[in-house]
Design a protein around this ligand. Structure first.
Ligand SMILES: [Mg+2]
Length: 145
């Protein structure tokens, strides 16, 4: 008797053409599909409105910032030096960073927004706004135009 195999959650979640997951192999398309599947498997599309997702990006960004709350400059410098050795802290930062990114990806999904060309266009604007010869080694807020 042939047993039916239930599709394992995450079966499609491996990045294309690889067995080991890393940032070089993973694509934005793969991330977007993983988030689509996670949401669809729970029928959470009704919650994934652009407004809710934008709010969730801000909430998770707050959780990320909370990890650095009340650091003085000196403490921040010391903690930064120790960060690579502090596995628990680095793990916590990574989790909050991923929460922000996953909501960003879900917002792009909800709005059918292409991330890569949008980033490329925004970076083209930033390159014009901050020419390296004018902003080399320093930053100042450009005057409003
Ligand atoms: Mg979080």
């Amino acid at each position: 008797m042939k047993m039916s195999r239930r599709k394992k959650s995450g079966a499609k979640m491996k990045p294309p053409g690889s067995s080991a997951l890393n940032d070089e192999r993973a694509t934005l398309g793969w991330l977007r599909q993983m988030m689509r599947e996670f949401v669809a498997e729970r029928a959470w599309q009704k919650y994934h409105t652009p407004r809710n997702l934008a709010a969730s990006v801000a909430v998770e960004a707050g959780e990320l910032l909370e990890l650095f709350q009340w650091w003085t400059t000196d403490e921040g410098d010391r903690r930064k030096r120790d960060l690579m050795a502090d596995a628990a802290f680095k793990h916590a930062v990574g989790e909050e960073l991923c929460d922000v990114m996953m909501y960003c990806v879900s917002l792009a999904n909800a709005m059918d927004l292409e991330i890569a060309p949008t980033i490329a266009a925004k970076m083209a604007k930033n390159r014009l706004k901050y020419p390296p010869e004018k902003f080399q080694g320093h930053y100042e807020r450009p005057l409003p135009t």
